[in-house]
Design a protein around this ligand. Structure first.
Ligand code: ADP
Length: 446
């Protein structure tokens, strides 16, 4: 503002000075025309008289001096003109200078002109005091308004900065109170509709995701600890009871079998954990080859049938022969195992399970249906999430860490397939998996 003020002040001063110079120059030109282009009848009129006639029509009448080049005064020809000292130098071309006459500031033009064929030196002064008044007023208004504007803009800036930063300050204070045990808290969202609001909303969404993840992990840790503890307790108790006294070989065998089953369950749990933790990084590195899906489904079901028989469940298998896919054999076995094992786990004794494999256009469809406890509608979208277990109160006894279906989904995705679930809590659940069938020509080459 200071620079702009100074610039406009000096520009105005220069413009006023130049306008005064133009006016003086025009007067000298007019004087030249007035004398030299005067009618023939005036040739007898003496030059000073003619100049006097001219001087009466210009405001600077008493500030006009004309002299010959040798210094003889031509005008004023009477001594009634206020005297003042003229500058010493003489200019042949128009030149301008500032003089102070009495108390007044004057702009002065000096020039050599030709009047009636004789070269004369003309000097004309014009007042510039009113220009000085204008410049003083402008300068004073700047001196008052610039500091005032400065104060107003500083106060305005501070208020604006405070208003803008205050919500961020509140968010910072709220964020400082949030710890891992307190992830339910959220940042205050200012209703500003700008970046700050979007920032707060994004952070709250992040906190919500963190809260869910931490809740799942806490639940998972509790479940795993419980499972491992139960397994160890069972194994320890079985061993201790067996050791208390001498046992028959068949009793020892039974005890060892119990311990073996517990070990298998624990190994399965640890396998699942390992698979889940690897799923994110290994998607790229899966080895694919030509897999006979029909055989994989049949073998896995036969293997699991023993478990279903224990619960007097019937397993119906309907598999179209010779369906091949491009995939990973052990992962596909695992996929079928997870789904059939879940069906057995979540179906009460004497229930029915059916496993169907058929082809539809370019896809193989695997449909596993049971008459079990079903899944509530609000859970069905979440069962594929890692560590998610629907209605834990109902299925707590069946064990499981909520990892099976997330692994199944990862396997299906890795085979560019789809998986979905339909359930009616009264009638049971049906899982549908589609996998791209191997094209006949590819079957030959692989
Ligand atoms: P879990 O190890 O608990 O079985 P999963 O990821 O395999 O974990 O399954 C997640 C949840 O989905 C289970 O806890 C169960 O509540 C539900 N679920 C899965 N399959 C079935 C099924 N066939 N019938 C009823 N509920 C099922």
């Amino acid at each position: 503002m200071g620079t702009l003020g100074a610039f406009s002040f000096f520009y105005l001063r220069r413009a006023l000075a130049s306008s005064r110079e133009h006016t003086l120059q025009r007067r000298v030109d007019r004087l030249t025309h007035f004398v030299n282009d005067a009618p023939q009848s005036t040739t007898t009129v003496p030059l000073p008289v003619l100049i006097h006639q001219f001087s009466t029509v210009i405001p600077e009448s008493d500030l006009l001096r004309i002299s010959s080049l040798d210094g003889r005064s031509i005008y004023p020809y009477k001594g009634d003109i206020k005297d003042f000292s003229w500058p010493a130098e003489r200019c042949d071309l128009p030149c301008f200078s500032m003089v102070k006459i009495e108390t007044k500031h004057m702009r002065l033009i000096q020039q050599v002109i030709t009047l009636r064929g004789e070269k004369v030196r003309v000097t004309l002064a014009g007042q510039v005091d009113e220009h000085y008044d204008i410049l003083r007023m402008v300068r004073n208004s700047y001196l008052v308004s610039i500091p005032l504007l400065l104060v107003i803009s500083v106060i305005g800036g501070l208020l604006l900065a405070n208003r803008t930063l205050e919500p961020i300050d509140r968010m910072t204070r709220a964020a400082q109170t949030i710890s891992i045990r307190d992830l339910r808290k959220r940042l205050p969202v200012p209703p500003t509709g700008d970046e700050v609001q979007r920032f707060a909303v994004a952070w709250n969404e992040l906190l919500a995701r963190l809260e869910t993840a931490v809740e799942s992990l806490t639940q998972f840790t509790a479940d795993i600890s419980h499972d491992l503890r139960t397994t160890l307790t069972v194994m320890l108790a079985t061993a201790q009871i067996s050791m208390k006294r001498e046992r028959t070989p068949s009793e020892y065998q039974k005890a060892l079998q119990t311990i073996m089953l517990e070990c298998e369950a624990t190994t399965q749990l640890l396998d699942d954990l390992l698979a889940a933790s690897r799923a994110d990084v290994e998607q790229e590195n899966i080895q694919l080859c030509r897999v006979p899906l029909s055989e994989v489904v049949e073998e896995t079901c036969t293997h699991l049938q023993a478990r279903a028989e224990v619960k007097q469940q019937s397993v119906g298998i309907g598999v179209e022969a010779d369906r091949w896919v491009e995939g990973n054999l052990s992962l596909l076995r695992r996929l079928v195992t997870i789904l059939v094992d879940n069906a057995i786990k979540y179906t009460p004794p004497s229930g029915e399970i059916s496993v169907l494999l058929y082809s539809e256009q370019t896809n193989a469809t695997l449909e596993i249906t049971d008459t079990g406890i079903g899944i509530a509608a609000h859970d069905i979208d979440k069962i594929f999430n890692r560590f998610y277990r629907a209605d834990t109160s109902r299925n707590r006894d069946q064990g499981g860490a909520g990892l099976g279906l997330s692994i199944a989904k990862w396997i299906v995705d890795a085979h560019r397939g789809t998986i979905s679930a339909k359930s009616d809590p009264m009638n049971g659940t049906s899982f549908l998996v589609t996998l791209p069938l191997l094209a006949p020509e590819a079957e030959e080459t692989l």
